[in-house]
Design a protein around this ligand. Sequence first.
Ligand SMILES: [Zn+2]
Length: 569
Amino acid sequence: MQIRSPLTWWRFAGADRTRAPGAAAGPALFVWGIALWLATVGNLPLWQHINGLGGTLAQRAALIVGLGLVVAGGSAALLWLLAWPRVFRVAASVLLLVAGANSYFMWQYGVVMDPTMLANALNTDAREVRDLLTWQLPAALLAVAGLPLWALWRRAPLWGRAWPRVRRNALGVLGGLALTVVVALLSYQGLASLMRNHKELRYMANPLNTVYSVTRVAANRLPRQVKPLLPVGEDAVLGASYTHQARPPLLVLVVGETARAQNFGLNGYARDTTPALARWQASGALVNFSQVRSCGTNTLVSVPCLFSPLTRAEGGDQPPEHQNLLDVLQRAGLAVLWLDNQAGCKGVCDRVPHAFAGDHPVPGLCEGSECLDAALLDGLDQRIAALDPQRSARGVVVVMHQMGSHGPAYSLRAPAERKPFMPECRSATLSDCPREQLLNAYDNSIAYTDHFLDLTLQWLKGQADRGSFDTGLIYVSDHGESLGENGLYLHGVPYAFAPDQQTHVPMVAWFSNGLRERAGLSLDCLRQRAAEPVSHDNYFHSVLGLMDVRTRARLPALDALSPCARSAG
Ligand SMILES: [Zn+2]
Protein backbone atom coordinates (compact mmCIF):
# COMPACT_ATOMS: atom_id res chain seq x y z
CA MET A 1 0.00 0.00 0.00
CA GLN A 2 1.32 3.38 -0.91
CA ILE A 3 1.89 5.89 1.83
CA ARG A 4 0.05 9.14 1.31
CA SER A 5 1.57 12.48 2.09
CA PRO A 6 -0.49 14.80 4.33
CA LEU A 7 -1.31 16.77 1.22
CA THR A 8 -2.70 13.66 -0.46
CA TRP A 9 -4.89 13.00 2.59
CA TRP A 10 -6.26 16.46 2.28
CA ARG A 11 -7.00 15.70 -1.36
CA PHE A 12 -8.46 12.37 -0.37
CA ALA A 13 -10.81 14.32 1.86
CA GLY A 14 -11.55 16.20 -1.30
CA ALA A 15 -10.82 19.73 -0.21
CA ASP A 16 -9.54 20.87 -3.54
CA ARG A 17 -10.05 18.80 -6.72
CA THR A 18 -10.08 21.45 -9.39
CA ARG A 19 -13.11 23.63 -10.04
CA ALA A 20 -13.18 26.86 -8.08
CA PRO A 21 -11.11 26.32 -4.94
CA GLY A 22 -13.32 26.33 -1.89
CA ALA A 23 -16.52 25.93 -3.89
CA ALA A 24 -16.85 22.29 -3.00
CA ALA A 25 -15.37 19.94 -0.44
CA GLY A 26 -15.04 16.18 -0.27
CA PRO A 27 -17.51 14.12 1.72
CA ALA A 28 -14.98 13.43 4.49
CA LEU A 29 -15.11 17.05 5.56
CA PHE A 30 -18.90 16.94 5.65
CA VAL A 31 -19.10 13.56 7.36
CA TRP A 32 -16.66 14.34 10.14
CA GLY A 33 -17.81 17.92 10.46
CA ILE A 34 -21.39 16.84 11.00
CA ALA A 35 -20.40 13.88 13.20
CA LEU A 36 -18.42 16.17 15.52
CA TRP A 37 -21.21 18.71 15.53
CA LEU A 38 -23.76 16.03 16.45
CA ALA A 39 -21.47 14.68 19.17
CA THR A 40 -21.14 18.11 20.75
CA VAL A 41 -23.98 20.56 20.08
CA GLY A 42 -26.41 17.80 19.03
CA ASN A 43 -26.08 16.11 22.43
CA LEU A 44 -26.08 18.99 24.88
CA PRO A 45 -28.89 17.45 27.01
CA LEU A 46 -26.83 14.25 27.37
CA TRP A 47 -23.71 16.14 28.43
CA GLN A 48 -25.76 18.28 30.77
CA HIS A 49 -27.27 15.13 32.27
CA ILE A 50 -23.89 13.45 32.80
CA ASN A 51 -22.46 16.65 34.24
CA GLY A 52 -25.28 16.60 36.79
CA LEU A 53 -24.60 13.01 37.89
CA GLY A 54 -21.84 13.96 40.32
CA GLY A 55 -18.21 12.85 40.64
CA THR A 56 -15.13 15.03 40.27
CA LEU A 57 -14.73 17.43 37.40
CA ALA A 58 -12.01 15.20 35.91
CA GLN A 59 -14.25 12.12 36.08
CA ARG A 60 -17.15 13.91 34.45
CA ALA A 61 -14.92 15.39 31.75
CA ALA A 62 -13.41 11.97 31.00
CA LEU A 63 -16.89 10.44 30.67
CA ILE A 64 -18.13 13.23 28.45
CA VAL A 65 -15.07 13.17 26.18
CA GLY A 66 -15.10 9.35 26.01
CA LEU A 67 -18.80 9.08 25.27
CA GLY A 68 -18.54 12.06 22.92
CA LEU A 69 -15.93 10.26 20.82
CA VAL A 70 -18.04 7.10 20.83
CA VAL A 71 -21.03 9.09 19.57
CA ALA A 72 -18.86 10.91 16.99
CA GLY A 73 -17.48 7.60 15.69
CA GLY A 74 -20.95 6.01 15.52
CA SER A 75 -22.41 9.05 13.77
CA ALA A 76 -19.52 9.15 11.29
CA ALA A 77 -19.96 5.46 10.47
CA LEU A 78 -23.66 6.08 9.89
CA LEU A 79 -23.01 9.16 7.74
CA TRP A 80 -20.42 7.28 5.65
CA LEU A 81 -23.04 4.64 5.03
CA LEU A 82 -25.27 7.37 3.64
CA ALA A 83 -22.56 9.24 1.73
CA TRP A 84 -23.94 8.93 -1.79
CA PRO A 85 -24.90 11.63 -4.26
CA ARG A 86 -28.53 12.68 -3.91
CA VAL A 87 -28.82 10.78 -0.61
CA PHE A 88 -26.30 12.41 1.68
CA ARG A 89 -27.62 15.93 2.03
CA VAL A 90 -31.18 14.85 2.68
CA ALA A 91 -30.18 12.06 5.09
CA ALA A 92 -27.72 14.26 6.97
CA SER A 93 -30.33 17.02 7.22
CA VAL A 94 -32.84 14.56 8.67
CA LEU A 95 -30.31 13.37 11.26
CA LEU A 96 -29.50 16.96 12.26
CA LEU A 97 -33.19 17.86 12.58
CA VAL A 98 -33.87 14.68 14.56
CA ALA A 99 -31.06 15.61 16.94
CA GLY A 100 -32.60 19.07 17.31
CA ALA A 101 -36.11 17.75 17.96
CA ASN A 102 -34.85 15.11 20.41
CA SER A 103 -32.84 17.73 22.30
CA TYR A 104 -35.96 19.86 22.58
CA PHE A 105 -38.09 17.02 23.99
CA MET A 106 -35.34 15.96 26.40
CA TRP A 107 -34.97 19.52 27.66
CA GLN A 108 -38.66 20.25 27.90
CA TYR A 109 -40.06 16.98 29.14
CA GLY A 110 -37.13 14.81 30.19
CA VAL A 111 -38.27 12.10 27.76
CA VAL A 112 -35.78 9.81 26.02
CA MET A 113 -36.13 8.35 22.54
CA ASP A 114 -36.41 4.60 23.01
CA PRO A 115 -38.34 2.20 20.74
CA THR A 116 -41.62 2.42 22.72
CA MET A 117 -41.46 6.22 22.79
CA LEU A 118 -40.95 6.28 19.04
CA ALA A 119 -43.76 3.80 18.38
CA ASN A 120 -45.97 5.91 20.60
CA ALA A 121 -44.99 9.07 18.74
CA LEU A 122 -45.84 7.40 15.42
CA ASN A 123 -49.26 6.51 16.80
CA THR A 124 -50.30 9.94 18.01
CA ASP A 125 -52.66 12.03 15.98
CA ALA A 126 -52.29 15.58 14.71
CA ARG A 127 -54.21 16.96 17.69
CA GLU A 128 -51.83 15.42 20.21
CA VAL A 129 -48.85 16.67 18.24
CA ARG A 130 -50.31 20.17 18.17
CA ASP A 131 -50.44 20.14 21.98
CA LEU A 132 -46.71 19.45 22.09
CA LEU A 133 -45.62 22.18 19.69
CA THR A 134 -44.44 25.46 21.10
CA TRP A 135 -42.33 28.25 19.65
CA GLN A 136 -39.34 26.76 21.46
CA LEU A 137 -39.28 23.80 19.07
CA PRO A 138 -38.28 25.78 15.97
CA ALA A 139 -35.85 27.71 18.16
CA ALA A 140 -34.22 24.46 19.31
CA LEU A 141 -34.09 23.15 15.74
CA LEU A 142 -32.41 26.33 14.62
CA ALA A 143 -29.90 26.31 17.47
CA VAL A 144 -28.95 22.64 17.12
CA ALA A 145 -29.20 22.14 13.36
CA GLY A 146 -29.15 25.59 11.78
CA LEU A 147 -25.45 26.16 11.21
CA PRO A 148 -24.55 22.70 9.82
CA LEU A 149 -27.67 22.71 7.64
CA TRP A 150 -26.63 26.03 6.20
CA ALA A 151 -23.11 24.74 5.49
CA LEU A 152 -24.42 21.51 4.05
CA TRP A 153 -26.81 23.15 1.62
CA ARG A 154 -24.51 26.00 0.68
CA ARG A 155 -21.80 23.71 -0.63
CA ALA A 156 -22.29 20.39 -2.34
CA PRO A 157 -19.90 17.58 -1.46
CA LEU A 158 -17.71 16.66 -4.42
CA TRP A 159 -18.41 13.01 -5.01
CA GLY A 160 -15.80 11.74 -7.48
CA ARG A 161 -15.98 8.51 -9.48
CA ALA A 162 -18.11 5.57 -8.48
CA TRP A 163 -15.62 2.85 -7.66
CA PRO A 164 -13.25 4.90 -5.46
CA ARG A 165 -16.39 6.21 -3.77
CA VAL A 166 -17.46 2.71 -2.69
CA ARG A 167 -14.01 2.00 -1.28
CA ARG A 168 -13.84 5.39 0.43
CA ASN A 169 -17.25 4.94 2.05
CA ALA A 170 -16.41 1.42 3.24
CA LEU A 171 -13.17 2.69 4.77
CA GLY A 172 -15.10 5.57 6.30
CA VAL A 173 -17.63 3.25 7.96
CA LEU A 174 -14.80 1.08 9.30
CA GLY A 175 -12.94 4.16 10.51
CA GLY A 176 -15.98 5.46 12.39
CA LEU A 177 -16.65 2.08 13.99
CA ALA A 178 -12.96 1.69 14.86
CA LEU A 179 -12.98 5.02 16.70
CA THR A 180 -16.10 3.96 18.63
CA VAL A 181 -14.66 0.56 19.58
CA VAL A 182 -11.20 1.82 20.53
CA VAL A 183 -12.52 4.65 22.71
CA ALA A 184 -15.14 2.39 24.28
CA LEU A 185 -12.44 -0.15 25.18
CA LEU A 186 -10.07 2.52 26.51
CA SER A 187 -12.71 4.05 28.76
CA TYR A 188 -14.52 0.77 29.36
CA GLN A 189 -14.60 0.91 33.15
CA GLY A 190 -16.04 4.38 33.46
CA LEU A 191 -18.52 4.01 30.61
CA ALA A 192 -19.71 0.53 31.60
CA SER A 193 -20.53 1.48 35.17
CA LEU A 194 -22.14 4.71 33.96
CA MET A 195 -24.40 2.76 31.58
CA ARG A 196 -25.24 0.18 34.22
CA ASN A 197 -26.27 2.77 36.76
CA HIS A 198 -27.98 5.18 34.38
CA LYS A 199 -29.74 3.10 31.78
CA GLU A 200 -31.60 6.14 30.45
CA LEU A 201 -28.30 7.37 28.92
CA ARG A 202 -28.52 4.62 26.32
CA TYR A 203 -31.44 6.37 24.75
CA MET A 204 -30.07 9.88 25.08
CA ALA A 205 -27.33 9.80 22.41
CA ASN A 206 -28.57 11.80 19.41
CA PRO A 207 -29.38 10.89 16.72
CA LEU A 208 -28.26 7.26 17.16
CA ASN A 209 -31.12 6.68 19.66
CA THR A 210 -33.68 7.45 16.96
CA VAL A 211 -31.92 5.39 14.30
CA TYR A 212 -31.82 2.45 16.69
CA SER A 213 -35.47 2.91 17.66
CA VAL A 214 -36.65 3.22 14.06
CA THR A 215 -34.85 -0.02 13.21
CA ARG A 216 -36.31 -1.83 16.22
CA VAL A 217 -39.85 -0.61 15.63
CA ALA A 218 -39.72 -1.44 11.92
CA ALA A 219 -38.28 -4.90 12.59
CA ASN A 220 -40.90 -5.56 15.27
CA ARG A 221 -43.99 -4.26 13.63
CA LEU A 222 -43.88 -4.79 9.93
CA PRO A 223 -43.92 -8.59 9.94
CA ARG A 224 -46.50 -8.75 12.73
CA GLN A 225 -49.00 -6.51 11.04
CA VAL A 226 -49.44 -8.90 8.17
CA LYS A 227 -49.62 -11.95 10.43
CA PRO A 228 -53.18 -12.72 11.56
CA LEU A 229 -53.66 -12.59 15.33
CA LEU A 230 -53.75 -15.90 17.16
CA PRO A 231 -57.27 -16.70 18.37
CA VAL A 232 -57.94 -16.62 22.12
CA GLY A 233 -60.70 -18.35 24.07
CA GLU A 234 -62.19 -20.27 21.17
CA ASP A 235 -64.08 -22.34 23.74
CA ALA A 236 -65.68 -19.24 25.35
CA VAL A 237 -69.32 -19.66 26.43
CA LEU A 238 -71.62 -17.82 28.81
CA GLY A 239 -71.93 -19.35 32.28
CA ALA A 240 -74.99 -20.55 34.19
CA SER A 241 -75.92 -17.05 35.43
CA TYR A 242 -77.28 -16.28 31.94
CA THR A 243 -79.92 -19.00 31.89
CA HIS A 244 -83.33 -17.51 32.76
CA GLN A 245 -81.69 -14.19 33.70
CA ALA A 246 -84.12 -11.49 34.84
CA ARG A 247 -81.99 -8.75 33.28
CA PRO A 248 -78.86 -8.79 31.13
CA PRO A 249 -75.63 -7.51 32.67
CA LEU A 250 -74.12 -4.24 31.42
CA LEU A 251 -70.52 -3.53 32.31
CA VAL A 252 -68.77 -0.24 31.51
CA LEU A 253 -64.99 -0.43 31.33
CA VAL A 254 -63.49 3.04 31.56
CA VAL A 255 -59.90 3.11 30.30
CA GLY A 256 -58.37 6.18 31.92
CA GLU A 257 -55.60 8.31 30.46
CA THR A 258 -52.48 9.54 32.23
CA ALA A 259 -54.09 9.52 35.70
CA ARG A 260 -51.61 8.76 38.44
CA ALA A 261 -52.60 7.19 41.74
CA GLN A 262 -50.74 9.78 43.79
CA ASN A 263 -53.10 12.63 42.79
CA PHE A 264 -56.29 10.67 43.35
CA GLY A 265 -58.19 11.97 46.39
CA LEU A 266 -59.41 8.44 47.18
CA ASN A 267 -55.77 7.36 47.61
CA GLY A 268 -55.16 9.91 50.35
CA TYR A 269 -53.92 12.83 48.21
CA ALA A 270 -53.90 16.01 50.27
CA ARG A 271 -56.35 17.66 47.84
CA ASP A 272 -59.87 16.42 47.32
CA THR A 273 -59.63 15.68 43.60
CA THR A 274 -62.29 12.93 43.74
CA PRO A 275 -65.23 14.28 45.81
CA ALA A 276 -67.91 12.49 43.76
CA LEU A 277 -66.16 9.11 43.88
CA ALA A 278 -65.74 9.60 47.64
CA ARG A 279 -69.55 9.91 47.92
CA TRP A 280 -70.05 6.72 45.89
CA GLN A 281 -67.50 5.01 48.13
CA ALA A 282 -69.24 6.25 51.28
CA SER A 283 -72.60 4.99 50.02
CA GLY A 284 -71.05 1.54 49.96
CA ALA A 285 -70.93 0.07 46.47
CA LEU A 286 -67.70 1.60 45.13
CA VAL A 287 -64.34 0.01 45.89
CA ASN A 288 -61.04 1.86 45.45
CA PHE A 289 -58.02 -0.29 44.59
CA SER A 290 -55.02 1.64 45.87
CA GLN A 291 -52.05 -0.48 44.75
CA VAL A 292 -52.41 -0.95 41.01
CA ARG A 293 -49.50 -1.18 38.55
CA SER A 294 -49.80 -0.35 34.89
CA CYS A 295 -48.32 -2.60 32.22
CA GLY A 296 -46.49 0.18 30.41
CA THR A 297 -45.66 3.84 30.70
CA ASN A 298 -47.42 4.87 27.52
CA THR A 299 -50.78 4.32 25.84
CA LEU A 300 -49.50 2.23 22.97
CA VAL A 301 -48.06 -0.38 25.33
CA SER A 302 -50.60 -0.19 28.15
CA VAL A 303 -53.91 -0.27 26.30
CA PRO A 304 -53.26 -3.44 24.26
CA CYS A 305 -51.59 -5.01 27.32
CA LEU A 306 -54.61 -4.26 29.51
CA PHE A 307 -56.84 -6.28 27.17
CA SER A 308 -54.22 -8.94 26.43
CA PRO A 309 -54.54 -12.52 27.73
CA LEU A 310 -50.81 -12.35 28.45
CA THR A 311 -49.26 -10.91 31.56
CA ARG A 312 -46.55 -8.31 31.21
CA ALA A 313 -43.92 -10.96 31.98
CA GLU A 314 -45.36 -13.22 29.27
CA GLY A 315 -45.02 -10.46 26.67
CA GLY A 316 -48.29 -8.58 27.12
CA ASP A 317 -46.27 -5.38 26.75
CA GLN A 318 -45.10 -6.38 23.27
CA PRO A 319 -47.00 -5.68 20.04
CA PRO A 320 -49.95 -8.11 20.27
CA GLU A 321 -49.80 -11.46 18.53
CA HIS A 322 -53.06 -12.63 20.13
CA GLN A 323 -56.66 -11.54 20.06
CA ASN A 324 -57.85 -9.85 23.22
CA LEU A 325 -60.49 -9.66 25.92
CA LEU A 326 -63.04 -8.00 23.60
CA ASP A 327 -62.75 -10.83 21.06
CA VAL A 328 -63.44 -13.35 23.83
CA LEU A 329 -66.46 -11.43 25.20
CA GLN A 330 -67.88 -11.14 21.69
CA ARG A 331 -67.16 -14.78 20.90
CA ALA A 332 -69.06 -15.84 24.04
CA GLY A 333 -72.11 -14.06 22.60
CA LEU A 334 -72.10 -10.66 24.35
CA ALA A 335 -72.54 -7.29 22.65
CA VAL A 336 -69.33 -5.23 22.80
CA LEU A 337 -68.94 -1.53 22.02
CA TRP A 338 -65.80 0.64 22.11
CA LEU A 339 -66.32 4.40 22.47
CA ASP A 340 -63.20 6.47 21.97
CA ASN A 341 -62.37 10.01 22.97
CA GLN A 342 -58.71 9.73 22.14
CA ALA A 343 -56.31 8.87 19.36
CA GLY A 344 -57.89 5.46 18.78
CA CYS A 345 -57.90 2.06 20.43
CA LYS A 346 -54.44 0.91 19.28
CA GLY A 347 -55.93 -2.08 17.46
CA VAL A 348 -57.84 -3.41 20.48
CA CYS A 349 -61.31 -2.59 19.08
CA ASP A 350 -60.65 -3.53 15.44
CA ARG A 351 -63.01 -6.51 15.48
CA VAL A 352 -65.85 -5.07 17.60
CA PRO A 353 -68.26 -2.17 16.98
CA HIS A 354 -66.56 1.12 17.76
CA ALA A 355 -67.24 4.84 17.50
CA PHE A 356 -65.34 8.08 18.07
CA ALA A 357 -66.78 10.87 20.17
CA GLY A 358 -65.32 13.48 17.82
CA ASP A 359 -67.14 12.06 14.79
CA HIS A 360 -70.43 13.56 16.00
CA PRO A 361 -69.34 16.65 17.92
CA VAL A 362 -71.67 17.48 20.80
CA PRO A 363 -72.34 21.24 21.12
CA GLY A 364 -70.92 22.53 24.39
CA LEU A 365 -68.72 19.46 24.88
CA CYS A 366 -66.71 19.40 21.66
CA GLU A 367 -64.60 21.98 19.91
CA GLY A 368 -63.82 20.80 16.42
CA SER A 369 -63.21 17.08 16.79
CA GLU A 370 -61.81 17.45 20.33
CA CYS A 371 -64.29 16.60 23.05
CA LEU A 372 -64.50 16.60 26.82
CA ASP A 373 -64.97 13.09 28.17
CA ALA A 374 -68.63 13.70 29.02
CA ALA A 375 -69.27 13.51 25.26
CA LEU A 376 -68.76 9.74 25.61
CA LEU A 377 -72.12 9.60 27.42
CA ASP A 378 -73.97 11.54 24.75
CA GLY A 379 -76.59 9.36 23.07
CA LEU A 380 -75.36 6.30 24.92
CA ASP A 381 -78.85 4.76 25.22
CA GLN A 382 -79.31 4.98 21.44
CA ARG A 383 -75.84 3.57 20.81
CA ILE A 384 -76.64 0.55 23.00
CA ALA A 385 -80.07 0.16 21.42
CA ALA A 386 -78.35 0.01 18.02
CA LEU A 387 -76.22 -3.02 18.97
CA ASP A 388 -77.12 -6.53 17.79
CA PRO A 389 -80.36 -7.16 19.77
CA GLN A 390 -79.70 -10.89 20.21
CA ARG A 391 -76.33 -10.14 21.75
CA SER A 392 -77.43 -7.21 23.90
CA ALA A 393 -80.29 -9.34 25.26
CA ARG A 394 -77.57 -11.59 26.72
CA GLY A 395 -75.34 -8.80 28.01
CA VAL A 396 -73.35 -5.71 27.07
CA VAL A 397 -69.78 -4.54 27.64
CA VAL A 398 -69.04 -0.91 26.77
CA VAL A 399 -65.46 0.38 26.80
CA MET A 400 -64.98 4.13 27.20
CA HIS A 401 -61.50 5.31 26.27
CA GLN A 402 -61.03 8.64 27.96
CA MET A 403 -59.00 11.72 27.10
CA GLY A 404 -58.54 11.89 30.88
CA SER A 405 -55.44 13.85 31.87
CA HIS A 406 -53.68 13.72 28.52
CA GLY A 407 -50.79 16.20 28.58
CA PRO A 408 -49.16 18.52 28.23
CA ALA A 409 -52.31 20.61 27.69
CA TYR A 410 -53.94 19.54 30.97
CA SER A 411 -55.91 22.77 31.08
CA LEU A 412 -57.91 21.68 28.01
CA ARG A 413 -59.26 18.58 29.81
CA ALA A 414 -61.81 20.38 31.96
CA PRO A 415 -64.29 23.14 31.11
CA ALA A 416 -63.89 26.57 32.76
CA GLU A 417 -66.72 25.91 35.24
CA ARG A 418 -65.07 22.71 36.51
CA LYS A 419 -61.70 23.96 37.66
CA PRO A 420 -61.52 23.85 41.46
CA PHE A 421 -57.76 24.50 41.52
CA MET A 422 -56.64 27.89 40.21
CA PRO A 423 -54.62 29.51 38.77
CA GLU A 424 -53.53 26.79 36.40
CA CYS A 425 -50.70 26.31 33.92
CA ARG A 426 -51.86 26.96 30.36
CA SER A 427 -48.53 26.50 28.62
CA ALA A 428 -47.48 23.33 26.82
CA THR A 429 -43.96 24.12 28.02
CA LEU A 430 -44.52 22.59 31.42
CA SER A 431 -41.18 23.58 32.88
CA ASP A 432 -42.11 27.24 32.26
CA CYS A 433 -45.02 27.09 34.71
CA PRO A 434 -44.67 27.46 38.46
CA ARG A 435 -45.07 24.00 39.96
CA GLU A 436 -48.30 24.86 41.83
CA GLN A 437 -49.93 25.97 38.58
CA LEU A 438 -48.85 22.80 36.83
CA LEU A 439 -50.31 20.72 39.67
CA ASN A 440 -53.48 22.80 39.57
CA ALA A 441 -53.99 22.11 35.84
CA TYR A 442 -53.30 18.40 36.31
CA ASP A 443 -55.52 18.12 39.39
CA ASN A 444 -58.32 19.87 37.52
CA SER A 445 -58.13 17.13 34.90
CA ILE A 446 -58.37 14.48 37.64
CA ALA A 447 -61.32 16.33 39.18
CA TYR A 448 -62.98 16.29 35.76
CA THR A 449 -62.42 12.54 35.49
CA ASP A 450 -64.11 12.29 38.90
CA HIS A 451 -67.06 14.23 37.46
CA PHE A 452 -67.13 12.09 34.30
CA LEU A 453 -67.12 8.87 36.36
CA ASP A 454 -69.88 10.35 38.54
CA LEU A 455 -72.06 10.98 35.45
CA THR A 456 -71.33 7.46 34.20
CA LEU A 457 -72.20 5.92 37.57
CA GLN A 458 -75.45 7.91 37.74
CA TRP A 459 -76.37 6.63 34.29
CA LEU A 460 -75.52 3.05 35.30
CA LYS A 461 -77.45 3.33 38.56
CA GLY A 462 -80.44 4.67 36.58
CA GLN A 463 -80.28 1.62 34.28
CA ALA A 464 -80.19 -0.68 37.30
CA ASP A 465 -82.99 1.17 39.14
CA ARG A 466 -85.21 0.97 36.07
CA GLY A 467 -84.56 -2.75 35.89
CA SER A 468 -83.07 -2.56 32.38
CA PHE A 469 -79.68 -4.04 33.23
CA ASP A 470 -77.55 -5.34 36.09
CA THR A 471 -74.81 -2.76 35.85
CA GLY A 472 -71.20 -2.31 36.87
CA LEU A 473 -68.14 -0.16 36.18
CA ILE A 474 -64.42 -0.71 36.31
CA TYR A 475 -62.16 2.30 35.88
CA VAL A 476 -58.38 1.97 35.56
CA SER A 477 -55.82 4.35 34.12
CA ASP A 478 -53.45 3.26 31.35
CA HIS A 479 -50.31 4.74 32.96
CA GLY A 480 -49.33 7.61 35.21
CA GLU A 481 -47.49 10.88 34.65
CA SER A 482 -44.45 12.77 35.86
CA LEU A 483 -45.07 16.37 36.87
CA GLY A 484 -41.51 17.60 37.26
CA GLU A 485 -40.30 15.08 39.86
CA ASN A 486 -36.57 14.51 39.18
CA GLY A 487 -36.88 16.89 36.24
CA LEU A 488 -39.22 14.52 34.39
CA TYR A 489 -42.44 15.53 32.68
CA LEU A 490 -45.13 13.57 30.84
CA HIS A 491 -44.60 9.78 30.67
CA GLY A 492 -43.01 7.08 28.52
CA VAL A 493 -39.82 6.47 30.50
CA PRO A 494 -38.69 2.89 29.73
CA TYR A 495 -40.47 0.62 32.23
CA ALA A 496 -37.35 -0.81 33.87
CA PHE A 497 -36.43 2.57 35.29
CA ALA A 498 -39.75 4.38 35.22
CA PRO A 499 -40.56 6.37 38.37
CA ASP A 500 -43.46 5.26 40.55
CA GLN A 501 -45.60 8.19 39.34
CA GLN A 502 -45.67 6.72 35.83
CA THR A 503 -46.71 3.15 36.75
CA HIS A 504 -48.82 3.49 39.93
CA VAL A 505 -52.34 4.10 38.61
CA PRO A 506 -55.81 4.62 40.11
CA MET A 507 -58.54 2.00 39.80
CA VAL A 508 -62.12 1.82 41.12
CA ALA A 509 -64.97 -0.65 40.67
CA TRP A 510 -68.69 -0.22 41.28
CA PHE A 511 -71.42 -2.88 41.09
CA SER A 512 -75.20 -2.61 41.26
CA ASN A 513 -76.85 -5.02 43.68
CA GLY A 514 -78.03 -7.09 40.75
CA LEU A 515 -74.58 -7.51 39.24
CA ARG A 516 -73.06 -8.22 42.65
CA GLU A 517 -75.61 -10.96 43.27
CA ARG A 518 -75.11 -12.49 39.83
CA ALA A 519 -71.34 -12.62 40.36
CA GLY A 520 -71.69 -13.61 44.01
CA LEU A 521 -69.34 -10.82 45.03
CA SER A 522 -68.90 -9.79 48.65
CA LEU A 523 -68.34 -6.04 48.98
CA ASP A 524 -66.87 -6.39 52.47
CA CYS A 525 -64.33 -8.84 51.14
CA LEU A 526 -63.46 -6.55 48.20
CA ARG A 527 -62.99 -3.58 50.50
CA GLN A 528 -60.74 -5.63 52.76
CA ARG A 529 -58.60 -6.71 49.85
CA ALA A 530 -58.61 -3.37 48.02
CA ALA A 531 -55.09 -2.46 49.16
CA GLU A 532 -53.56 -5.73 47.89
CA PRO A 533 -51.22 -5.23 44.92
CA VAL A 534 -52.86 -5.89 41.55
CA SER A 535 -51.93 -4.88 38.02
CA HIS A 536 -53.08 -4.70 34.43
CA ASP A 537 -52.15 -8.40 34.34
CA ASN A 538 -55.33 -9.16 36.29
CA TYR A 539 -57.75 -7.29 34.03
CA PHE A 540 -58.43 -9.88 31.29
CA HIS A 541 -59.15 -12.63 33.82
CA SER A 542 -61.15 -10.46 36.25
CA VAL A 543 -63.50 -9.09 33.59
CA LEU A 544 -64.18 -12.57 32.19
CA GLY A 545 -64.88 -13.79 35.73
CA LEU A 546 -67.19 -10.87 36.51
CA MET A 547 -69.12 -11.39 33.24
CA ASP A 548 -69.30 -15.16 33.91
CA VAL A 549 -67.62 -16.08 30.63
CA ARG A 550 -66.29 -19.62 30.79
CA THR A 551 -63.10 -20.35 28.87
CA ARG A 552 -59.80 -22.07 29.44
CA ALA A 553 -58.14 -18.74 28.53
CA ARG A 554 -59.26 -17.33 31.89
CA LEU A 555 -56.89 -18.19 34.70
CA PRO A 556 -58.77 -18.01 38.04
CA ALA A 557 -55.49 -17.36 39.86
CA LEU A 558 -55.19 -14.02 38.00
CA ASP A 559 -58.82 -12.98 38.65
CA ALA A 560 -58.48 -10.23 41.27
CA LEU A 561 -62.21 -10.43 42.13
CA SER A 562 -62.51 -14.20 42.46
CA PRO A 563 -61.25 -14.43 46.07
CA CYS A 564 -64.39 -12.44 46.92
CA ALA A 565 -66.76 -14.34 44.60
CA ARG A 566 -69.10 -17.10 45.76
CA SER A 567 -68.50 -19.30 42.76
CA ALA A 568 -64.72 -18.89 42.67
CA GLY A 569 -63.14 -20.45 39.59
ZN1 LIG B 1 -52.00 6.96 27.79
